[in-house]
Design a protein around this ligand. Sequence first.
Ligand code: NAD
Ligand code: UD1
Length: 339
Amino acid sequence: MAKILVTGGAGYIGSHTVLALLNKGHQVVVVDNLFNASYESLVRVQKLANKSLTFAEVDIRDKAALSQVFAQESVDAVIHFAGLKAVGESVQKPLAYYQNNVEGTLTLVEVMKQHQCYHLVFSSSATVYGEANQPPYIETQPLGNPTSPYGKTKAMVEQILMDVAASDQRFKITNLRYFNPIGADISGDIGEDPNGIPNNLMPFVAQVAVGKREKLAIFGDDYPTKDGTCLRDYIHVSDLAQGHVDALNWLFNQQEGCCEAFNLGTGDPLSVLDIVRGFEQYSEQKIAFEIAPRRSGDLPAFWADSDKARSQLQWTPVKTLQDMMVDTWRWQSKNPNGY
Ligand code: NAD
Ligand code: UD1
C-alpha cells in the first residue's frame, strides 16, 4: 500500500476519492486551502472508512508550506484536484484561474521533483476537446480550443505535464478527463455542496427538490438532439473516484516514463430532460422547470468513448442512472444545507 498526497481532497470529487483510497488501504495526506470546501467532509470520510488521514491546510501555490508537507511525509504519488472550476466566473476572473490552476500546478510539480515524487494523477476535463472535435470524444483526437479561461487552464496544464514527462523519464502521469460527475456516496454523508446558486445541472435539480430553489431553468430546448435539450455523459462520482484508484495502480505498474490521457465517462449520453425525469422517478419528488434561452458556450452534445480507460486501467463504471438519482437525493435530503 502507498502513501498518496491528495490536493483539493476536501472537495466534491476529492472527498469521494479519499474515501476510496482509505477503503483500499492506502495512507492519505490531504492538502487543501478550504477555499471551496469544509473540513467536515474529511471528518465524515474518516468516519465512513473508520480510518484516519493527515490534513494540511495549505495553498498549493505556497511553495515553502507545500515543501514542508512533502518533507514530513514520504509521498509515493499525488492526485491533483486543487483548483477553481466555475466556467462563468473564469471569464470574469481569468487571473485567479491561471494563478490557481496553472501556477498552482507548476509549484506542485516543482516541489514533487525536489522530493523525488514522480507519480501524478491530474484532474482534467472533457472541456479540453473544445468545439473542434465531434463526439464521442476519444483520446486520439487533438486538444481543442476551449472557449473559457477555465477550460484553457486544463488544456495548458495537460500540455505542461506532457512536456514535463518528456523532459524527465522518471515522471509517470495520467490526465484524467472527467465528463459530468454527479451523485454522492451511497451513505448520503458526503456529496456536492456548492456555494450560492449552483452552476451545474444536478445540484440545481437537487436544490429544487429540497425546496431551496423555486424552479429549474432548462437552457434551451431547440438543440438538434432527440428532445431538443443538450446531451451529456453523466458519471457517478463513486465510479469516478474508483477511476483514480485504478489510474494509480496503472501508474505504479508502468516501467517507462509516460503522460497518458484517459476519458472517464460512461459513454451513454443523456439529455437534460432525461435527468429531470429520472430524478422525479427515482426520488419521487416533482421538479418544477421552465424552458429558458440557451446558455452561452454550451455545446449541443458530447460524450465519451471510454474504451481506453476500460481496457488499459481496467476501470468499470458500475453505477446506474437510478443510483445517480437516488444517491443525489439521499445526500441532499439528509443535508439540505450542505455540510
Ligand atoms: P471542488 O471545488 O469541490 O474541489 C476543489 C478543491 O480544491 C476544494 O476543496 C478547494 O478548497 C481546493 N482548492 C482550490 N484551490 C486551491 C489551492 N490553490 N490550494 C489548495 N487547495 C485548493 O471541485 P471538484 O468538483 O471536486 O473538482 C475537482 C477537480 O476536478 C478540479 O480540478 C476541477 O476542475 C476538476 N473537474 C471537475 C468537474 C466537475 O464537474 N466537478 C469536471 C471536470 C473536471
Ligand atoms: C460545465 C462546464 C464544463 C465543466 C463542467 C464540470 C460550461 C459551458 N461547461 O459542463 O466546462 O467541465 O461543467 O464542472 O459551463 N443546465 C440547465 N440548467 C441549469 C444548469 C445546467 O439546463 O441550471 C444544462 C446545461 O445547459 C447543459 C447541462 O444542463 O446542457 C449540463 O450542464 P452542467 O451541469 O453545467 O455541465 P456542462 O455544461 O456539461
